[in-house]
Design a protein around this ligand. Structure first.
Ligand SMILES: NC(=O)C1=CN([C@@H]2O[C@H](COP(=O)(O)OP(=O)(O)OC[C@H]3O[C@@H](n4cnc5c(N)ncnc54)[C@H](O)[C@@H]3O)[C@@H](O)[C@H]2O)C=CC1
Ligand SMILES: CCCCC/C=C\C=C\C(=O)C/C=C\C/C=C\CCCC(=O)O
Length: 256
């Protein structure tokens, strides 16, 4: 899938992995709509991106993925501005075991909300152009991160939802592919101040420190490169890609 002339929507685009995905898609020719709650970071980023790629290639819309109303307004504005949506990256996420209901609402329900609203515009059966959805899960979507049971649950949910949607889309003729990335630790703000985010499991902080020093950390650009692969490779549907500091690997699941 060539990206020239395509329109992408990226959630959690103001910083970190979402920023890198945005830059990668722009660099490869797409137009990108950035959704985020951090208005100041997003506005500064879009100013810089507009200088680099042109004013008509990016748009920031303030949007909380916890709100279906805000997501609907953002996707409608995207279609009004760019004529359709071809790529959705559900990337926004938080790590906070104290505020665990909010974690579920953003990390899992935000992905489901974003997908269902986008389907109304992307689904070929309802007049859309089809396309591809890439969700950001985590290695914690495949195995346990013991300091973060709720974060782990949300990311397992994202992996399961993505794979089931891939099957549903293929069986129904939506013309939309669904894939999920599962990165190991990535060097972003996410890794800062871990003790305050572990809630009742902060006594296990040493375990995570040891995991990080053993596994190393990824650069956001490595993660964005994997997203690009899943967007452009039209053979990929229902795939989960593990990304480590030493390489990447497609997950083999038991067949059902
Ligand atoms: N950094 C890491 O080690 C890893 C991160 N991930 C996942 O990658 C995704 C991005 O994480 P990072 O870039 O590292 O984090 P980050 O904290 O650097 O960036 C997250 C972005 O999401 C935005 N955001 C948060 N809540 C939002 C909401 N309700 N609505 C819209 N935007 C919202 C933030 O404002 C921020 O711009 C998350 O889903 C995270 O779970 C996955 C594996 C490892
Ligand atoms: C509050 C705890 C902070 C420490 C962890 C911070 C963020 C981690 C986010 C992730 O999504 C990463 C999740 C899991 C990594 C799991 C295993 C990594 C080991 C794999 C390897 O060998 O690379």
């Amino acid at each position: 899938m060539a990206l020239s002339g395509k329109t992408a929507v990226v959630t959690g685009a103001a910083m970190g992995i979402g920023q890198a995905i945005t830059e990668k898609l722009l660099h490869n020719g797409a137009k990108v709509v950035l959704l985020d709650v951090n208005e100041s970071a997003a506005k500064t980023l879009v100013e810089n991106l507009s200088k680099q790629y042109g004013q008509d290639r990016t748009l920031f819309l303030s949007c909380n993925v916890e709100s279906e109303e805000q997501l609907k307004a953002a996707f409608e504005k995207t279609v009004d501005t760019f004529g359709g949506i071809d790529i959705l990256c559900n990337n926004a996420g938080i790590l906070n075991e104290n505020e665990w209901e909010k974690s579920v609402s953003i990390n899992l329900l935000g992905v489901i909300r974003g997908t269902y609203v986008a389907l109304q515009h992307m689904n070929k059966l309802s007049g859309g152009r089809g396309g591809v959805v890439v969700n950001t899960a985590s290695m914690a979507g495949l195995g346990p991160l013991i300091t973060c049971p709720v974060y782990t649950a949300t990311k397992h949910g994202v992996v399961g939802f993505t794979r089931a949607m891939a099957g549903a889309s293929a069986a129904s003729g939506y013309g939309i592919r669904f894939n999920v990335i599962c990165p190991s630790f990535v060097q972003t703000e996410f890794l800062s101040d871990p003790n305050s985010k572990m809630g009742q499991f902060s006594h296990l902080a040493d375990v995570i420190e040891q995991m990080i020093s053993k596994a190393g950390t990824l650069n956001v650009s490595d993660v964005a490169e994997s997203v690009l692969e899943m967007v452009t490779d039209e053979t990929k549907n229902g795939e989960a890609l593990m990304i480590f500091s030493k390489g990447k690997h497609y997950v083999t699941f038991p067949s059902m």
